[in-house]
Write a protein that binds this ligand. Structure first.
Ligand code: PHE
Length: 343
């Protein structure tokens, strides 16, 4: 019986050690020291012992009971100390770092583009994302029903038109900022970077319905094509890296004259010509010398001032960054963390 008492004590010590809540502790106490607990079961055998054995065994049983009570009490104190969850809390254990995110690749590109133009004196502005037909088309030499508008796949807002400014549209390009900026600044010089969201009714590997454009507009005395070309080359160098040049090809926009399409050296083959670009050049967007009609619409005298403008997609230039080669730009907007984490 002495052995069994000792076993009970050792077992209890081990069990108490593993306990984490008061509830578990109480259950253990009942199963050990309760009326129908293991301890009482053992005591029931006391009368069966020989008379001379009963006293020492009885004394030992008392000691065991006392020890167990004491251990349970101590455990209860310890559980009370470690807070409401009653879980043991090791203050010295290194913490878990929360997942830390970062700016979306498009936001990063926007910041980078903004800084590049800031360094040569362009001021970043924002104009309405939903704007009047007047600023998006009319003042840009595209009156209603002009076929040139078709290129812009416009989404119109179904509200009553403005008496003089016409319908509301989701801006199809950032060129709506041109006349707005002329109205804001009034007298040149103007060095504007208008960067914002644009919308067109098309969606495929290289187009998303919502995308971002940035528009540069410079108006001052004696502004000419080399100023435009120099600015484009500067952007190519800064954004894509050394050795990347721009090329302008004749084109037609209603709001610039002459107009150009702008290409940059392909960042994949660095101009040698590859599967991706074929010619060594990749087209990114449009540019030109501001049309006198547009200056006039912005109340600027085209006999005194001239200007250049350019505009194209943030997604466009981001996908051409060396080493990126994003085949389908829709991946930028499907919130796939595995993709986004790489930036
Ligand atoms: N707004 C034109 C487009 O969206 C680009 C452009 C901007 C062209 C400025 C000329 C001057 O395609």
């Amino acid at each position: 019986m002495q052995n069994r008492l000792l076993n009970l004590k050792n077992q209890a010590i081990a069990l108490i050690k593993d306990i984490h809540t008061s509830k578990e502790l109480e259950e253990l106490r009942m199963s050990l020291l309760g009326r129908r607990g293991k301890f009482n079961d053992l005591l029931k055998e006391l009368p069966k012992l020989r008379v001379e054995e009963r006293q020492p065994v009885g004394r030992m049983a008392n000691e065991v009971k006392q020890t167990l009570n004491q251990l349970i009490q101590e455990k209860q104190l310890q559980l009370n100390q470690v807070g409401p969850s009653n879980k043991f809390f090791d203050l010295t254990f290194p913490g878990k770092l929360p997942a830390i995110g970062h700016l979306h690749p498009i936001s990063q590109a926007i910041e980078e583009i903004t800084h590049i133009f800031e360094r040569i004196g362009f001021t970043r502005v924002r104009y309405p994302e939903i704007d009047w037909d007047w600023y998006v088309f009319e003042t840009l030499n595209m009156p209603e029903d002009h076929p040139a508008r078709d290129e812009w796949e416009t989404i119109f807002i179904d509200t009553p038109p403005h008496p003089t400014k016409g319908k509301l549209v989701l801006t199809t390009h950032t060129s709506n900022g041109q006349v707005r900026e002329m109205e804001r600044v009034k007298t040149p010089p103007i060095r504007m970077l208008n960067l914002g969201k644009c919308y067109r009714r098309q969606q495929d590997a290289t187009h998303t319905v919502m995308f971002h454009q940035f528009e540069g507009l410079v108006v001052d005395k004696h502004i000419n094509i080399p100023h435009l070309k120099g600015t484009l080359d500067y952007f190519g160098r800064e954004f894509f890296g050394k050795g990347i040049k721009s090329r302008i090809r004749p084109f037609n926009f209603r709001f610039t004259e002459p107009s150009f399409e702008v290409d940059f050296t392909c960042t994949n083959c660095r101009g040698r010509g590859c599967r991706f670009c074929k010619s060594g050049w990749v087209e990114v967007g449009g540019a030109g010398m501001v049309h006198p009609d547009v200056l006039r619409a912005g109340k600027i005298d085209p006999t005194k001032y001239s200007g250049f403008a350019f505009g194209w997609g943030v997604e466009r230039v981001l996908r051409l960054k060396p080493g990126l080669n994003i085949a389908d730009i829709r991946i930028l907007y499907n919130s796939n963390v595995k993709f986004l984490k790489q930036f």
